[in-house]
Design a binder for this molecule. Structure first.
Ligand SMILES: *Cc1c(COP(=O)(O)O)cnc(C)c1O
Length: 451
């Protein structure tokens, strides 16, 4: 619903196509043949376009809006915070929300953390962890420990440091010449078309063997291992067993390597527990959060550190962590992040995931009767499957056919190549979840039966 003075859809699209460079987008195709959704507003689990049509938000708008769009308490927090303080630096100053959020975060964190470092988004939360790890060992008398172990198919963000520890070729290859080298290990999860091994149990065993081997041979030069816990999101919602995380913890202890837990996507209940590592019963050494951390409302992130790491930066000023971002712990974001935690508590958000997971699992299993549907999988508020049709990569076409079908039916269902998935807001009302799931089913069937 556009207001009388709002520019027309045509005007917006024309301006967009002549000026905006879109992320992860082949621009020529976009400009010549894509008819973009033009979103005007959103509420709860729905996006509304400028013509008033609604679309269920199957991916929480890039996995961020874990409490849906415009939760009334978050809108109210934004407004009232804007009336008192929007931005101040965190250098020699502080404010109520950065300070109290620190306490509140440590209260919900896995055991063992004592400090919160604020930054802007998932990439910077990872960047912070990498730099802390390197400086930690440099100041602990082991400067040779400056290499990171990483997993194949991992995604940790797009800044040069975060991209260096990533393992999705499409997001890496163009920049390979400037990324720092890592010890790249086979993923316990997938993608299932990888040459590694198609049997999940065997792949898990092989990945564990490779992990043991790598730590055995290279532990002396490893500063950390960076992990997406339980689910590798960007490479196609590839899920793996918590026992892998227990082995990571054990080997990190034995070889004095930091376990860097990237909960940017998996945290805040996405996998069914508040933190994904809770399901393995282990605590990491550094924990990165963004996305759900602010309920997707603002770019805001944090990295948690243990006393052992923090202590290495104390004492002489030359030992300090000389690192920061303009908007570290900004008041709007910090106020929102506190309210997000309060909503999780008051509305028992994580407790609501089990029933939704059951429905997601049932709906995805029901389309698996088609032999071209493979590897149906769910974890918490994630459901995914692979369509074995045509080119299976990120640029494969079948996923976009499903996207078009879903759009016609009122859902925004962005694929990851041939992987069709849902990761809706954690508090999506059950009737809307059922509506979304039946759109997903109908859209997959329609795309598969198209000539
Ligand atoms: C999205 C994501 C990031 C990067 O977050 P940005 O906010 O896009 O910088 C990092 N790690 C994981 C696991 C992610 O899913």
């Amino acid at each position: 619903m556009s207001t009388p003075h709002a520019p027309s859809r045509e005007r917006i699209v024309a301006a967009d196509k002549s000026t905006v460079w879109h992320p992860y987008t082949a621009m020529d195709t976009y400009v010549t043949s894509v008819d973009p959704l033009v979103i005007a507003r959103a509420e709860g689990s729905r996006l509304f376009d400028v013509d008033g049509r609604s679309y269920l938000d199957a991916n929480s708008s890039w996995w961020a809006m874990s409490l849906g769009h415009r939760h009334p308490r978050l809108v109210q927090t934004l407004k009232s915070q804007a009336d008192s303080l929007i931005h101040c630096s965190l250098a020699g100053t502080t404010h109520e929300h950065a300070a109290l959020l620190g306490e509140e975060l440590l209260a919900v964190a896995p055991p063992g953390f004592s400090r919160v470092f604020y930054s802007d988004d998932g990439s910077t939360a990872v960047e912070v962890a990498l730099k802390m790890a390197v400086q930690y060992f440099a100041q602990s008398g082991r400067p040779e420990k400056n290499t990171f172990a990483t997993l194949d198919s991992a995604f940790h963000g797009e800044t040069v440091g975060a991209a260096s520890v990533g393992g999705v070729p499409l997001f890496r290859d163009s920049f390979r010449s400037i990324l720092f080298p890592t010890l790249l290990l086979p993923s316990p999860a997938g993608p299932l078309d990888a040459a590694f091994d198609r049997d999940p149990a065997r792949r898990l065993e092989l990945a564990k063997c490779a992990l043991r081997d790598a730590f055995e041979h290279h532990g002396k030069r490893l500063a950390g291992i960076v992990i997406e816990p339980l689910v590798q999101g960007a490479s196609g919602m590839q899920i793996y067993d918590p026992s892998y995380l227990r082995l990571v913890r054990e080997l990190c202890d034995t070889h004095d390597v930091l376990f860097i837990d990237d909960e940017v996507f998996a945290g805040y209940g996405r996998t069914g527990t508040f933190w994904a590592v809770d399901q393995a019963g282990v605590s990491p050494d550094l924990l990165c959060m963004a996305k759900g951390f602010s309920g997707g409302v603002l770019p805001m992130a944090a990295t948690l550190a243990t006393p052992r790491i923090y202590d290495a930066f104390r004492g002489d000023p030359s030992r300090a962590f000389y690192y920061g971002h303009t908007y570290c712990g900004h008041p709007l974001g910090a106020a929102i992040a506190r309210e997000v935690l309060a909503i999780y508590r008051d509305e028992r958000i994580v407790e609501g995931v089990a029933e939704r997971n059951r429905r997601i699992g049932d709906a995805f299993a029901a389309v698996a009767e088609d032999t071209r549907v493979e590897n149906v999988r769910t974890l918490g508020m994630i459901g995914a499957l692979d369509l074995a049709v045509g080119d299976s990569g990120y640029l494969g076409a079948i996923g976009w056919r499903v996207y078009d079908e879903a759009r016609k039916r009122g859902a925004y269902l962005r694929p990851l190549g041939n992987v069709i998935y849902v990761a809706p807001p954690l508090n999506i009302p059950l009737p809307e979840l059922d509506e979304l799931l039946s759109i997903v089913q109908d859209s997959i069937r329609a795309a598969l039966s198209a000539p």
